[in-house]
Each structure stands twice: as structure tokens, then as C-alpha cells.
Design a protein around this ligand. Structure first.
Ligand code: NDP
Length: 335
């Protein structure tokens, strides 16, 4: 049973040496008189929030030095002592980074009923990042047809979906990303109206003014820092900023200051954070909306897949230097 262990708390950028790829020969057996399930891991998801669990602020949701890494993933039930799960069921939820796992309390696992789409989609478009994009955009941004929408980290798991959902609403959509290849994807595959490579712009404010001569109604915030500060100068009256995440800050010991918050006042801008888990109970409504978009080809979805558990750590840390093109998935087994 191959596994990935979290070595110790991290400060600054995570390195491959912060993780240990190992293997256990202990045969997993369901504990007696339990509700546990034995799972075979199929796909693991690399997500930016995992960096925050590596900080030395012990809490219920931090990684513990010397214990297995965990995160979202897709798995198959091999054995079940739980009345809601049968052998052969497919599930997604929090999994340990190992090939075979015992989950003592499988109540948090979501059953997968629709298998006409790739199973890996339940790490992304049909899983936590999809829920983030769908509810973050529709609930927090309160979009209206024709509004001007800006998405940062726009080619990633969440960003590519927000951009396409905004296009489906009839909005004008601009995305930023950090490479030529990503910019082309935004324009040619996801249908963004305008795009820019934030790494190549000398003057972010000039780039935003070029793309939004009349200002921004909705900013879907994925990166924070200088981008947020510059967007604040360009918001239209009654604009909305959905604070989904701030990946540029996750590896910093000291967070960057934001200087332009005062602009929220005269422009009456609403800025609101949110967490995907708050919407998990609406999963059925979410699938009802998202599955037809996929089946009818109204939303495209790009994944970046590495193979084997031992490739996981490099893929995970790649999120913080933009190595991933699309949703970063680790494929463990296809059946
Ligand atoms: P992505 O698939 O977008 O991968 C991360 C990308 O972020 C990288 O590819 C890179 O793209 C970009 N990036 C990395 N470092 C920086 C930096 N210093 N400055 C600017 N961009 C950077 O990740 P997700 O779509 O999964 O997540 C996007 C955001 O959404 C994150 O902030 C994440 O924390 C947040 N999130 C929040 C959730 C919630 O519940 N609130 C749930 C899920 C995600 P590039 O090449 O363009 O720089």
C-alpha cells in the first residue's frame, strides 16, 4: 500500500522533501463492530488550501508531522460495514493519500451516481472546486446579464469554470493567468472575451483599464496581493468581489498589505468571502445544473493529470508556481 507522509510543518514554499513516499505491507481489515469502509483510491486532488494545513498552527484540520497527507479524492468501496455503502460503490470526499484506506466514519463521503462522465471530474468540475465556482459565482457575485466580470487564476480548476459560467450568463469576461499556453486556453477553449498574462504586464492597472475601460462589476478573487489592490481601483459602483482564495499569500510568513480598500466605500462595493463546504448540502441541485452543461458540451473542462502516488507531492507543490494547466489530478488507479 503506497502512501505519502507529511514530514513536518512548512514555512515558505513547500518542497518535495516535505513529503515522504513510503509503502506499508500491513493488510487492511475492517475493524470489528464498526461502520467503516475499505476503499481503493482512484484519483486524488491537489488543492491550494492544502498548503494552509501545512502551517505550524495545530488545529483539527492541520496535517500532523509524520502522519499521512489527506485531501479530496475519488475511491471505490471494496468492503463495507456501513449500511449506506455497498461493495462496488463509487464515492468522493476526504481521503488519505494512500492506495487503500479504511475510513472509520464514511458519513462525510458523497456517493457518485453519474458515471457517464470521467470519474476524475469528481475531484474538480463535479466536486469541491466545481461547487466553489458554481455557488461562489451565482450566490456571492449575484451576476446579471451583460455585467463586466474579471477572474484571476482563470485557467485553474475554479477559474476556468467561473469564466464559462459567466459567459453562459451573458457577461463580458476577462481572465488573467501566468503563461502563454494558459492565455491561449482561456481565449480559445473557454471563450473568455479578453485575457492577459499578469507576469508580462509591467503595469497591472493599465492592463485592467485596457480590458475594462468602464470598470469591473464582478471580481472573482483567486490570488490576492497586488492583483486585488489593483482591482480595487477599477471597481464600478455596486460591484461585488467574491473572495474565493488568495494563493499569492499562502507561502508568505507575512501577508502583503492591501492599500486600496477605501475604494470600497465611494463605489459601494460588497466584498465577501465564502467556503465551498457551506454548499455541499446543495450537491443535488449543483449536479442537476452542471451535468447537462458537461453532457451538452456547454462547458469545457481541462485537467492536468500525473500518474501514481509518488508523483503527487511534485504535482501539489506545482500549484504554487503555476506548473498545472487546468485542474491538477493525481491518477492512482483507473478501476
Ligand atoms: P488552480 O487550479 O488555479 O491552481 C493554482 C494556480 O494559481 C496556479 O496554476 C497559478 O496559475 C496560480 N498561482 C500560483 N501562485 C500564484 C501567485 N503568487 N500569484 C498569482 N497566481 C498564482 O487552483 P484552484 O482553482 O483549485 O484554486 C484557485 C483559488 O481558489 C485558490 O486561491 C484556492 O485557495 C481557492 N479555493 C477556495 C475555495 C473556497 O472554498 N473558498 C475552494 C477551492 C479553491 P498561474 O500560472 O495563472 O499563475
Amino acid at each position: 500500500n503506497k502512501q505519502v507522509v507529511f514530514r513536518d510543518y512548512v514555512s515558505g514554499f513547500p518542497q518535495e522533501s516535505d513529503f515522504i513516499s513510503t509503502s506499508s505491507t500491513i493488510r487492511l481489515k475492517l475493524p470489528q463492530a464498526s461502520n467503516a469502509v475499505l476503499l481503493k483510491t482512484l484519483y486524488l486532488s491537489c488543492d491550494p488550501y492544502m498548503r494552509m494545513l501545512m502551517n505550524s498552527r495545530p488545529s483539527a484540520f492541520s496535517y500532523s508531522p509524520g502522519s499521512l497527507l489527506f485531501g479530496y479524492g475519488v475511491a471505490k468501496v471494496l468492503e463495507s460495514a456501513h449500511s449506506n455503502f455497498d461493495e462496488g460503490d463509487l464515492v468522493w470526499g476526504m481521503l488519505k493519500w494512500e492506495e487503500y484506506s479504511i475510513v472509520e466514519d464514511p458519513g462525510q463521503l458523497m456517493k457518485i451516481h453519474h458515471t457517464d462522465v470521467p470519474l476524475s471530474y469528481y475531484t474538480g468540475i463535479l466536486g469541491m472546486p466545481g461547487i466553489t465556482a458554481y455557488f461562489g459565482f451565482h450566490e456571492i457575485c449575484s451576476p446579471k446579464k451583460g455585467e463586466y466580470v474579471f477572474v484571476s487564476a482563470a485557467s485553474g480548476a475554479v477559474g476556468q469554470l467561473v469564466g464559462q459560467l459567466a459567459k453562459l450568463m451573458g457577461c463580458y469576461v476577462v481572465g488573467s493567468a501566468g503563461s502563454k499556453e494558459k492565455i491561449e486556453l482561456l481565449r480559445n477553449k473557454f471563450g473568455f472575451d479578453e485575457v492577459f498574462n499578469y507576469k508580462e504586464e509591467q503595469d497591472l492597472n493599465a492592463a485592467l483599464k485596457r480590458c475594462f475601460p468602464e470598470g469591473i462589476d464582478i471580481y472573482f478573487e483567486n490570488v490576492g496581493g497586488k492583483m486585488l489592490d489593483t482591482v480595487l481601483l477599477n471597481m464600478r459602483p455596486h460591484g461585488r468581489i467574491a473572495v474565493c482564495g488568495m494563493i499569492s499569500q499562502y507561502n508568505l510568513d507575512q501577508l502583503e498589505g492591501v492599500h486600496n480598500l477605501m475604494h470600497l466605500v465611494p463605489q459601494r462595493v460588497r466584498m465577501e468571502g465564502f467556503i465551498a463546504n457551506d454548499y455541499f448540502h446543495l450537491n443535488a441541485n449543483f449536479l442537476e445544473a452542471m451535468l447537462p452543461y458537461i453532457r451538452e458540451g456547454k462547458i469545457s473542462y481541462v485537467e492536468d493529470t500525473v500518474h501514481g502516488l509518488e508523483s503527487g507531492p511534485a504535482a501539489l507543490i506545482g500549484l504554487f508556481n503555476g506548473r498545472n494547466i487546468g485542474k491538477q489530478v493525481v491518477s492512482i488507479s483507473t478501476e
